[in-house]
Design a protein around this ligand. Structure first.
Ligand code: JDQ
Length: 243
């Protein structure tokens, strides 16, 4: 899979040279390319922004510079999917990460200032390309780079061969079951007078699985009532619903 990230702060994406995503890049599992948007400017000052039509504070990123950059990294690849982080987008979820991990080419356009001229998304949609304007949560960032880091990590870890034990991807939070993660413990068995739940020391796997599912349901109900609403109730047995 190829991912191109375009930004005026390419060094922001240096974290993607580390850990699992970095390993995936070095092994060739992930072809991640980071670009400086200013490489597509045509003026001496390498200008990427201008004042907003209609007035208002701040600056808007120019469509001509972004068009040149996106055209260049998309090339003539009909499969390229343009992803534009934005505070006003649909929220990026594990479902998006799963879908993106099956694709061959993502182009992530990291805006700054007040955002990217709306005609950029409009132009690529009109050209029949997939364009996703995505938020990573209901809080305001200064630009798209942090969102790009989040998305690239969430997608990269799902690529076959990136995570050592693929089983660890199966029962994780926000997975298909739609539950939050259960609490996890490791040695020492006693720490600061705090013990491990007995059932986890029992070796009784059916009881352990049930205990974990109960804790996941409790947590989800307590912390994410919105997720409970979306639970596939038919998939839960009567014991689950007694909680
Ligand atoms: N989840 C999420 C995403 C962003 C985000 C993404 C891209 C950009 C590009 C410029 N900004 C700054 C900005 C702040 C407020 C209003 C408009 C633009 C961005 C913020 N914030 N929060």
């Amino acid at each position: 899979m190829r991912i191109d990230v375009v930004s005026i702060f390419p060094d922001y994406l240096a974290a993607l040279d580390l850990s699992l995503v970095g390993k995936a890049r070095r092994s060739g599992l992930l072809d991640l390319r980071v670009h400086d948007l200013r490489d597509w400017t045509a003026d001496r000052h390498r200008t990427v922004d201008d004042t907003p039509f209609g007035g208002g504070a701040g600056m808007v990123m120019r469509p001509d510079v972004w068009g040149a950059a996106i055209d260049s990294v998309l090339g003539d690849d009909p499969e390229g999917h343009l992803v534009i982080p934005t505070p006003s987008g649909e929220v990026f979820t594990q479902r998006h990460a799963e879908a993106f991990a099956t694709e061959t080419h993502l182009v992530v356009a990291c805006g700054r200032y007040e955002g990217i001229d709306a005609r950029v998304a409009e132009r690529y949609r009109a050209a029949g390309r997939r364009v996703s304007e995505l938020s990573i949560g209901d809080y305001v960032l200064n630009g798209g780079e942090v969102a790009a880091l989040v998305m690239v990590e969430a997608v990269g870890r799902l690529l076959p061969g990136v995570v050592g034990n693929p089983e660890s991807l199966v029962e994780e939070s926000h997975g298909a079951a739609g539950l939050l993660e259960y609490p996890v413990y490791t040695k020492p068995p006693a720490w600061e007078g705090l013990e491990i739940p007995e059932v986890l020391l029992s070796g009784h796997h059916a009881k352990i699985d049930r205990w974990r599912r109960d804790r996941a349901l409790e947590r989800t109900a307590a912390r994410r009532p919105d997720m409970v609403a979306a639970l596939d109730v038919a998939g839960l047995d009567k014991h689950d619903l007694r909680l």
